[in-house]
Design a protein around this ligand. Structure first.
Ligand SMILES: NC(=O)c1ccc[n+]([C@@H]2O[C@H](COP(=O)([O-])OP(=O)(O)OC[C@H]3O[C@@H](n4cnc5c(N)ncnc54)[C@H](O)[C@@H]3O)[C@@H](O)[C@H]2O)c1
Length: 255
């Protein structure tokens, strides 16, 4: 990708599946990657796995003081940020009437408050240098409804709209986009073969494939792209309610 060599890139949730693959991809592109995560032990193993990291640090994205401290440290030690991958996130699944308010608050505090706090800290640094790219990890859950996902879907929809509004406020110097993965194969994934069969490409996505989209959107090849959301889901939501039926069933439903 053009323009990533030497760029200072911070990734939150960097010790997780998508964050890890994204850190690796940006290192391959020659970027200076700072890995940020709440999980100190996972960060330790990431540092061993990716010795090419320029830096790493613990932060809790839902804690304003932790975010401020982490981004001040990044700026002091490495200079102003040029690319942010705003990726930390958690999930909680419940039928709507069973949602405990504590779970609603916990997920929103990471996925919405955290996305805001991190994006604002990064944007303030980028504003000073009048350039930068901010990419959010949203989800197809922010675009269509999924059973038992009212908390997560609400939060990801908020991130998509925040991303659009940010793109307007921060133009023309800073580009802002959201990436919306569908099912991505991760170690903690609970979805099974039945869900994979319902996806038009008949498989789950790979973290590396999401990382490749981040690399493109952060690069100069995407210099005219801002304020958009990009779905990467193997076609899962392309056909609306018919996507999950497969070719044979879909043809039976043709008018
Ligand atoms: N895996 C999927 O199918 C999928 C699909 C769509 C969107 N996503 C989104 O992708 C992003 C990454 O998810 P993943 O699949 O790699 O999951 P993951 O659980 O492997 O990674 C998430 C990372 O975020 C970190 N984190 C959690 N709370 C934090 C906090 N308060 N502060 C800082 N870091 C924190 C975790 O320690 C973890 O390393 C998330 O935003 C998730 O919602 C995932």
């Amino acid at each position: 990708m053009r323009g990533l060599n030497g760029k200072l890139v911070a990734i939150t949730g960097a010790a997780g599946a998508i964050g890890r693959a994204t850190a690796q991809r940006f290192i391959e592109e020659g970027a200076r990657v700072i890995a940020l995560d709440i999980d100190g032990a996972a960060l330790e193993s990431l540092r061993e796995e990716l010795p090419g990291l320029a830096g790493s640090g613990r932060l809790d994205v839902s804690d304003p003081e932790s975010v401020t401290a982490a981004f001040e440290t990044v700026e002091r030690e490495h200079g102003a940020l040029e690319v942010l991958i705003n990726n930390a996130g958690v999930n909680a699944r419940h039928p709507f009437t069973d949602i405990p308010f504590a779970d609603w608050r916990r997920v929103m505090s990471v996925n919405v408050d955290g996305a805001f706090l991190v994006a604002q800290a990064a944007a303030r640094q980028m504003r000073a240098t009048r350039r930068g790219v901010i990419l959010h990890t949203a989800s197809t859950n922010g675009l269509v409804g999924y059973r038992d996902h009212a908390i997560y879907s609400s939060g990801k929809a908020a991130v998509i709209e925040m991303s659009r509004a940010m793109a307007l406020d921060l133009a023309p110097e800073i580009r802002v986009n959201a990436v919306c993965p569908g099912y991505v194969q991760t170690p903690l994934m609970t979805a099974g073969a039945e869900q994979a069969a319902s996806i038009p490409l008949r498989r789950f996505g790979l973290p590396e494939e999401v990382a490749a989209l981040f690399a493109f959107l952060a690069s100069d090849d995407a210099a005219f792209i801002t304020g958009q959301e990009f779905v990467i889901d193997g076609g899962e939501i392309a056909g609306g309610m018919l996507s999950g039926f497969g070719a044979a069933a879909t043809s039976r439903l043709e008018p």
